[in-house]
Every structure is written in C-alpha cells, then in structure tokens.
Design a protein around this ligand. Sequence first.
Ligand code: ZN
Length: 587
Amino acid sequence: MARFTRDSVDRVKEAADIVEIVSAHTDLQQRGQDHWGNCPFHEERTPSFKVNPRDKLYYCFGCEASGDVFRFVEEKEGLDFGSAVESLAERYGVELKRENEDPRAEERRRRKARLWELLELTAKYYERYLWESQKARRARGYLEGRGLGEEVLRRFGVGMAPSAWDQVLTGSQRRGFKLEELHAAGLIQKGRQGGRYDRFRTRVTFPIRDQRGRVLGFGARALMPDAKPKYLNSPEGELYRKSHTLYGIDRARGPIAKARRAIVVEGYTDVLALHQAGIEEAVAIMGTAITPEQITMLAGLTESVVLALDADRAGADAMVRAQKVARGKSIELRVAAMPEGEDPADVLGEGSAARFMELVDASIDLPSFRVDVALGRGDLSTLAGRERVLDDVGPVLKAMGETALGFDELVRKVADRLDTDPSLVLARVRSAPEPGDETKSNGAVKSPRPVAVSLTPRETRERALLAMCIADPETGRRFIDQLTDEHLSPSGKPALRWLREHLDDPMAGLPREDAALTSLTTELVMRAESEPASEGAMQLNLDLLELQRLEDGISAAQKAGNYEVSTRLSQERAALTDRIAHAGVIS
Ligand SMILES: [Zn+2]
C-alpha cells in the first residue's frame, strides 16, 4: 500500500489527543506538563508511565515501553502503522493523502471503499426496515423475546431483511452500484435460471464489522420457523472471512483493553445481551472453534481470553491449535463453563450480570479444562479407556509446553487418576502428534508486551549521556562531537549518528521503518525531560565511556600481541582514572 504523505501523517499526529487515547487504557494524572499513570504494558501499583501531550510521546520507566501516539495505537489496538494512522485520522477528522500510489493499488482501495459503502448503506436500510416497517413486527417480537432492548439493538445496527426478492438488488443498482459489486459484497446470489435475487430475506440481520467498524458482511437469523438454514452468513469473499472476524470487536476493543480480558461467546445475541448488561468486553466467534487469526486479533488487546462457550463441543483439535497459538502470543485461554443447556444470554436472565461474572471468575485455564473433560469422560476401569485418555490429553499438554506453569501438576493429576507413573504420562505427551502449525498465520500483529530488558553498563552510560545532550543541546553538541562509534554499544551507534544531525528536534522526521532507532530516540527524548542535565554529569558519563573504550582497546591489543599499543593505552587509562577520581564525583 502506498505510504501516506509525511505531511498528512504529521497533521494526524498534531490532531490526535494522546492523553485521551491513553486514558482509555489507564487512568492518568497531570503533573506539570506531563501526565502519569500505571503502565498499560506491565503490571504495577505505582505509576511509572509518562505521557507527554505536546510531543505525543509515552515512556515507561519500568518496562521501557515507549513510542509516539501511533505506536501506542499499534500496540494497544493491535493495528499496523498504516491502520493506526487511518484510525486516528478518522477519529480526529483529518484527511489523508498518499504518496504516488501504484494505480492498481489505488484501484483496489477504491473498490474496497465502494464495497464498504454498499454494505454500510445496506445495513442502514435493514435497520430502518426493522424499526419502521409494519412487516418487521415479528422480528421486533423475536428480539424482545430475547430480552434485547432498543438501545443495544441500535448500538449494534441490528436490522431486518424484508421478504421481497429484490429490495437490495434494485435499490443498490439505483444508487449506481454494479451487479458485480453486489456479488462481491455477498448481498445477492444467482438463481438456477440465471436470475439474481437478494441473499438475505425475512431474516434478522446482524452487521459484522471489522476492528474499525466497517461492515464486512452480515449474520442473518431466519424468522420463519421452517426456514433453512437458521443462521445464514455472508459468503466468504473479498471483505468477509469468517475465521478472521470477531462479532462485536469494533465495540469491544476499548473495553477489552481496559478490562484486560476478552470474553468470547458463540452467538450474536449473546454479545448483545452481555453488552446490554454492561459486560462490554464480549465478542462472538462465528464458528464452533476459535481460530488462530481470532486469537492474534485479541492478542493485540489483552493477555487473557475467557471462552464462555461450549468448549467441550468445539473440536478438540481446534482447541489444541488455539492453545498453541495462544502460547506463542503469551495469551492465556480460560474456559468459563456454562451450565448444562444454557447459553450466556440465558445465564444473564433478567439482565443481571452477577451470575455470569461468577462463572467468568470461576473460569479455569484451557489445558486444565481439557484434562478434566478427558478424565471425566474416559472409562478409567479398562486399559482401552485409559489409553484413550492419554491420547486425548497428550496433544493438549504438549501444546501447553513443559515449561508452562501448572504443567507438572496436570501430568501428576493424570498419572494419579490413571494409577500410573508420571514419567509414562510425560513420555506420551512428548510423543503426541503436533497440531497443524499455525503460529505463523498472521504476522500483522506484534507480540503485545515489551519485555523489560537489562542494560549493559555501557548502554546505561551512553543513554544517560545522550539524553542529557538532548536536554541541553547547546552543551550537548560539544559532547556529541567528542563521541565516536568506539564509545558506543551497537544500538547506541545509530542513535549517535541520528543525534549528530537532529539534536535540536530529535523526533522530527525519524525513519519509522527503523523501529530500533525510533524506539531508542523516543526513550532518550522522554528521559531528557525527566533527568537533570549538568555539564559535570555529562563529562563523567563521557569519561566512563572513554574508560570502557580504552579497556576494549587494551584487551584487543594484548590479544593481537601489540604491546606497544597496549602500553600506550594503559597510560591513557591511568591518566583518565586519575582525572575521574579528582573530579570528585562518584559514579
Ligand atoms: Zn511498563
């Protein structure tokens, strides 16, 4: 996809309110120019997360998560850079321009935009029909019978497709949409005689949207008791792919990030009932098993996913695959077992969330759940029955990973119940078949949490020095000029090169494709605002880096047998240590 022009990206950044955006994920308090709160990227009790509203930057002094407003949206909302820019542009009403776009890509983008428009218009049409037509009384009765009020139905744009064969077909053509576009959007189908007619008729329609709220297709429930199938979905196509979509994700995205948990249910009306009851972190899968793509989507938002669905009925294989993907993304899958014969909407009953939340709180991790199911179902009194249990739990435990918390406990539990030795169970786990490897399925979303890294002493010094140079660029310039690549760590070298040219405004024009440089520069700028810079401290850090450089030189010279150089450098080192000692500052 062609890149947005630098200018339009800058205008989006200018318009975006980073405090408002971060506040959806953690509470911020203003202190001076900055805002502080608990870090939304790691667990903590005292705030070490700082947001700078002027430069639209954030930095965590605990886990070193850092970046600008785009980076934050990428990380917390599971979007790539382009989508983060688009999403903020939409939110803050900025028009985006693209750099000389490849004509074919532009063509594709225009086409998608038209299909989205067509689907949006159709959703609006169905919605109006539901509320305004006499003939929709039955549909309204059905929804009322499910306990769903008008407010939540309107929030999700629920509608009704009329019984006529060609309402959408002719209406859309009048608006200038082509037959081919109606097909691509999944709104019409071809009859046996070659004629075309509306795909959805006499059904309650649930618009299925992407993370950004664009309609991709519909789920549609039959209103006539004998109509088949009971649920008819849009066909898989250019926009709609069942396995890549979660119903309600556009509404649930923020609440999931805030609650640090997603609740996954099976049906459209379950999602509506939960949102109506104030449980807004709920989404629905559109099949029986959660897919790797759906987990990837959620991994961008949270670390914990509670499956409030019939996990026993969903294919065991699919669950094992899901577990494996979840492990790769450091996300925990839990199961909240619904009472026999009840779905989440039933559990909510009169709209009280308490009973449902009790089940969520009592959820257990997926491997434990699968093990319990296998043990409960298996006939442990026969050899064949015990074999069957081992066959069932083997792949589950393997997908869990031997280093996972609770792994040993589960192995012992199975061994106890089967009255056998844990080492035998472990052997079966190791030889269990691998589920299809789908961890590489979607590279768009990065791993959600930055890992706290420990810095080498050299990195600590160089970062302190570079941050002070940014804080006081006039003095800093002199120190920057004295630094060479030999003073610096591998990550420090590109930062030095960048700062030589951009010390006065380090954030301007950062090459975004260079993630390491962008991240380090952001960190340095944020530190620069918090750490006092003094010439003495700068000199000390430079001296210590110089000391390290001399020591590196001495050991290299000794290794090469070059004693002349080694002796000269040792003399320099002695002079330097002397100077450091007499500067009266203790490092
Ligand atoms: Zn943090």
